[in-house]
Design a protein around this ligand. Structure first.
Ligand code: MN3
Length: 383
């Protein structure tokens, strides 16, 4: 039996993780967090026997606390980032699934590592903004960082049973998003709705926009660099619109090992939560006879500038990926609110990377401060 804490239980990954847990009686959910969505939390409370709930939003916290009082539940209801930090480091918890969106996942993840919890990592921003810190602490406290991102989950599987020194490169597949094949002049006036319309995966809003700009793949390149300890020159991105090959590892002898399945996040979630076990799953099986073609293309990094910038930020290193990530979170927010056009997102990333000084030695507080400064810059310039 594994006791599980989910940070971000009401989002897309959190909801799919609940489905994995409800179909596996060796996984025991004991704590969850959410931001504002208390209605969904009440439903989760009705189904799972939770010991802890932490809410980021105060009104939502009060709603949940009131419900637990009325129903006479023994569930402890906590509030704010302190609440997230507390449930992430509970003695009883074996594994923490971090599926919150954005930078907010960083502090509780670090707390969980320092409390020796394995991490099922779905929050890629954590590694992007503070990869060195997270990996260093994970080594120090001897915890596993288990990737939940489908590409990294695939690579993680393809690496098993082989030696790291035999890896020539990893090949991250990208669906190409809703605007694959389009050029700048066709992207100038695309709407939020078009950008959210991902062809293969159903995901949260922020990551859907990131997929449309290819920033998502850029963040994943940086994530892969830290997770698998590989140089950026050994991380390649290939556009694969069918989203069946979830990523590959090429070895020195020329063999490429790939992981294929239907596009369903419940598979990488289940693999991470049960690692090192491989269990039966509830997802559909891939029918190769209905899969007539698998195609691969070079990404268009001149049109989808964020991917190119992510490689640059990663290679520069230090706090540059944190600058990139902060600028992106703010720019995506502005785009969704209608304040800027789609292509402006890339310009804002570039401008922010040029503007901020980079540091190579940093702690958590430095990253949090930098994140705030970059976002302030973007909001004050473009809102
Ligand atoms: Mn992914």
């Amino acid at each position: 039996m594994k006791n599980i804490c989910i940070l971000g239980a009401t989002g897309s990954i959190g909801t799919q993780a609940l489905d994995v847990i409800r179909n596996d009686n060796e996984l025991n959910l004991i704590a969850v967090s959410a931001n504002t969505n208390w209605e969904k939390i009440l439903l989760i409370l009705q189904e799972f026997n939770l010991e802890y709930v932490a809410m980021m939003d105060q009104t939502a916290y009060e709603k949940v606390a009131e419900y637990c009082r009325e129903k006479d539940l023994k569930t402890n209801v906590l509030y704010g980032i302190d609440g997230l930090n507390e449930i992430a480091s509970l003695q009883k918890v074996d594994i923490v699934l971090t599926s919150v969106v954005g930078m907010i996942g960083l502090e509780p993840t670090l707390k969980a590592i320092r409390a020796k919890k394995d991490i099922a990592l779905a929050n890629k921003e954590t590694l992007v903004v503070a990869g060195e810190l997270i990996i260093r602490e994970a080594k120090k406290y001897n915890v596993n960082i288990l990737p939940v991102d489908s590409e990294h989950g695939a690579i993680f599987q393809c690496l098993r049973g082989n030696k790291g020194e035999d890896v020539e490169k990893i090949i991250l597949t990208a669906s190409g998003g809703p605007f694959r094949g389009k050029r700048n002049d066709e992207l100038r006036n695309v709407t939020v709705k078009e950008a959210l319309n991902h062809p293969r995966w159903s995901m949260g809003k922020k990551i859907s926009i990131d997929s449309a700009t290819l920033m998502n793949k850029g963040l994943e390149v940086i994530e892969a660099h830290f997770l698998f300890n590989l140089d950026y020159n050994n991380i390649e991105v290939v556009v694969h619109p069918e989203s069946i090959v979830h990523s590959m590892v090429q070895y020195n002898d020329g063999s490429i090992i790939a992981q294929l399945s239907v596009a369903d996040m419940r598979l990488p979630i289940q693999y991470a939560l049960n690692y090192p076990l491989r269990k039966k799953s509830i997802i559909d099986k891939l029918d190769l006879f209905k899969t007539s073609m698998l195609t691969f293309e070079k990404p268009d990094i001149d049109t989808f500038k964020p991917l190119k910038l992510a490689y640059e930020a990663g290679k520069i290193g230090g706090t540059m990926p944190a600058v990139l990530n902060a600028a992106n979170e703010a720019a995506v927010d502005l785009f969704m609110k209608g304040d800027i056009k789609f292509l402006k997102i890339g310009d804002i990333l570039e401008e922010s990377m040029n503007k901020f000084d980079i540091s190579y030695s940093y702690e958590l507080e430095d990253i949090i401060n930098l994140d705030r400064c970059v976002k302030e810059f973007v909001y004050s310039t473009y809102r």
